[in-house]
Design a protein around this ligand. Sequence first.
Ligand SMILES: [Zn+2]
Ligand SMILES: [Zn+2]
Length: 315
Amino acid sequence: MIPVRSRHGDAPAKYPGPARNRRPERPRLPYSAPMIDLHSHSTCSDGALPPAQLLERAAAAGLRALALTDHDTTAGLEEAAAAARTHRIRLVPGIEFSAAWRSQSIHVLGLWIDPDAAVLRTAVAAQLDRRRRRIRAICERLTHKGLPGDRLLAMVEARATLPTRAHLADALVEAGCVREPRDAFRVHLGRGRAAHVAADWPTLTEIVGWIVAAGGTASLAHPTRYPLSATARNRLLTDFRDAGGRALEIGCGGNAAHHLDACAALARRYGLDATVGSDFHGPRMPWNPLGRLAKLPDGVIPAWRGRGIGDDEDG
Ligand SMILES: [Zn+2]
Ligand SMILES: [Zn+2]
């Protein structure tokens, strides 16, 4: 279900959209200085900017560190590292994996990973294969519905190194099959629609294991976006922590104060460190710029402590 225009390929429900599409929320906390952003996407997955431009933009916004966390790929990290040196900003090598947990798609950030680790290379290749197979299967279903599935597949594969349903939605618009990407999900691609193909992501435990084996810190991304009951959310956090998960994304783009407080309470309860990130996908979402993040609530430990990039220490 994609409730608002989003390039976030397999985003769970409740993706924060423009204010008019969201319920009124309590006022946000005052923003901290934009120092560090540990969640962003480039054209290597479903972001709008190439890695070098993303780093340039982050430096111009005054960020001290940026994590590039493309969906299921590390393809942009080399270009990002070179740009980070040019613009004198710290790059945190990252990735955002899609994992399965009780038929729910959950996103896990791997931060400070070694992209050359053999386990990660194998994992990334397997995820890419899964995504390609899924898009091909969806396009076959579209063909059965009388739509130009082969042409749509060719359009997606020509543009996207890592194909997502968001790319396919854009192709459906361009081919004149639907008016807007959100219609593509509503009419064809969404759950319960004729062209829907369920993802077959690896388990949460498997994914966290890959991140840990690659020397990274696993952080559960945007924990308030999953449509889970409080009991299920607690179970998720227990399973995540037991698998070796170390952190929880507490400040995420668009989060209101009560989200931060709720996430901070979860981090304290489960002994998880905190990460912050905008989940920036590009300038087409002006309500969610890089680095505009609230300060961490008291009592949570930043996952970046001791890594020389926080505002509590000299970089
Ligand atoms: Zn995500
Ligand atoms: Zn993301």
